[in-house]
Ligand binder design. Structure first.
Ligand code: XUL
Ligand code: CO
Length: 439
């Protein structure tokens, strides 16, 4: 049975194609810098947005037209159908990975045991579909934020029973991720943060968060899960102060609790912009610390102060992202997970395809432009030239640790004035980016 009978497998038709259901730029087998596009990009479908987002917003009800959800009324039966829908969708779009929260794939029961039984039933079907299609799990995670028990957080809740429940839930989510050969496991803070210091023991909450992550590391060792752990930074929403604010904050947290050997970062574009950063800044900070893991691909709306999770359509952004990924040596366990949802008014099943197609095409363009920039080393050569004062003389003494304040003072007393600062040439470099994009 097909859930998208009118839609065939999406093909690459090139930039002149008028077919909305064709790739214009994403040509999966085209080789760029020695790897195919699909190997570079490692696209992933997020189960939550594509299968379970129904279009509600704070002012309005569900808008999404999802005929397959009406074939049954029992939530477990609906969940079973959604697995088939998900795999047909991924087969037709040629997306080779997916990501899920435990509660996206199977309904929550009245007890944790019942939820776990539901998960086992669905994971059986997912396992069969993965075998049938060769589609892989990029990462799994646990939803520790929707249920009202997480009102004050999960591992940072003031209620120790909530900490315990969260641990038990993550234990199961790790087990199913392991069973499905997940290449990673993600911790996005969810409600790990606070609203006001008037009622918050910040130190205990952060210590507990670290204890929780250490328990996950220990349990991975116990069950032989070798996937990569990720932390996904986000500065606000749902809480005012999320502990995992941005890359720099997460890196400092991981290092101060001696967890940096076990975790890398899963960086999301719209979370970066909420933190007042560009996503390329966030990627660079993680990469330079050796902690770049994976990406949640989306884009925000700079006029809105929340996480709009839109499909990426901005080629300047995807160029900057792919440049950083190439510069860091490419993905190892990570990939580009579309943590992106169609707009509430894009409610047809066809819109799901069109949204993913434009996202994939936008990244394909970004990859191609970034690869040319990287190949020509235009930006890197400019960097080398800009920082050349550190390669000889006093600059070399500084970077090799051979000097000190007293010696530097003498150097400056002798030199007297500084009259050799150079232009940063920002506009020149921006013009080069335009030229590389437009050809
Ligand atoms: C929330 C968010 C999550 C994580 C997974 O903003 O990005 O969906 O990616 O929990
Ligand atoms: Co995300």
């Amino acid at each position: 049975m097909s859930y998208f009978p009118e839609i065939q497998k999406i093909k690459f038709e090139g930039s002149k194609s008028q077919n909305p259901l064709a790739f214009k730029y994403y040509n999966p087998d085209e080789v760029i810098l020695g790897k195919t596009m699909k190997e570079h990009l490692r696209f992933s479908m997020s189960y939550w947005h594509t299968l379970t987002y129904m279009g509600t917003d704070p002012f309005g009800q569900e808008t999404m037209v999802r005929p397959w959800d009406h074939l049954a009324t029992d939530p477990l039966e609906i969940a079973k159908t959604r697995v088939k829908v998900a795999f047909e969708f991924m087969e037709k779009t040629g997306i080779e990975y997916f990501c899920f929260h435990d509660r996206d794939i199977a309904p929550e029961g009245k007890t944790l045991e019942e939820s776990n039984r539901n998960l086992d039933i669905i994971v059986d079907i997912i396992e069969q579909e993965m075998k049938r299609t060769g589609i892989k799990l990029l990462w799994g995670t646990a939803n520790l934020f929707s249920n009202k028990r997480f009102v004050n957080g999960a591992s940072t809740s003031p209620n120790a029973d909530v900490f315990a429940f969260s641990a038990a839930q993550v234990k199961k989510a790790m087990e199913i991720t392991h069973r499905l050969n997940g290449e990673g496991y993600t911790f996005w803070g969810g409600r790990e943060g606070y609203e006001t210091l008037l009622n918050t023991d910040l130190k205990l909450e952060q210590d507990n968060f670290a204890r929780f992550l250490q328990m996950a590391v220990d349990y991975a060792q116990e069950i032989g899960f070798k996937g990569q752990f990720y932390i996904e930074p986000k500065p606000k929403e749902p809480t005012k102060h999320q502990y995992d604010y941005d890359s720099a904050t997460v890196i400092a947290f991981l290092k101060s609790y001696d967890l940096d050997k076990h975790f890398k970062l899963n960086i999301e574009t719209n979370h970066a912009t909420l933190a007042g950063h560009t996503v390329n800044h966030e990627i660079r900070v993680a990469a330079e610390a050796g902690l770049l893991g994976s990406l949640d691909a989306n884009q925000g709306d700079l006029l809105l102060g929340w996480d709009t999770d839109q499909f990426p359509t901005n080629i300047y952004d995807t160029t900057a992202i792919m440049y950083e990924i190439l510069r860091a040596g490419g993905f190892v366990t990570g990939g580009l997970n579309f943590d992106a949802k169609v707009r509430r008014s894009s409610f047809t099943p066809e819109d799901l395809f069109i949204a993913h197609i434009v996202g994939m095409d936008t990244f394909a363009v970004g990859l191609k432009v970034a690869a040319k920039l990287w190949e020509d080393q235009v930006l890197e050569n400019h960097l080398k030239d800009r920082y050349r004062s550190y390669t000889t003389g006093i600059g070399k003494d500084i970077t090799s640790g051979k000097t000190n304040f007293k010696a530097l003072e003498k150097y400056i007393f002798d030199k007297k004035t500084i009259d050799d600062n150079e232009s940063g040439r920002q506009e020149y470099l921006e013009a080069i980016i335009n030229q590389y994009i437009l050809g």
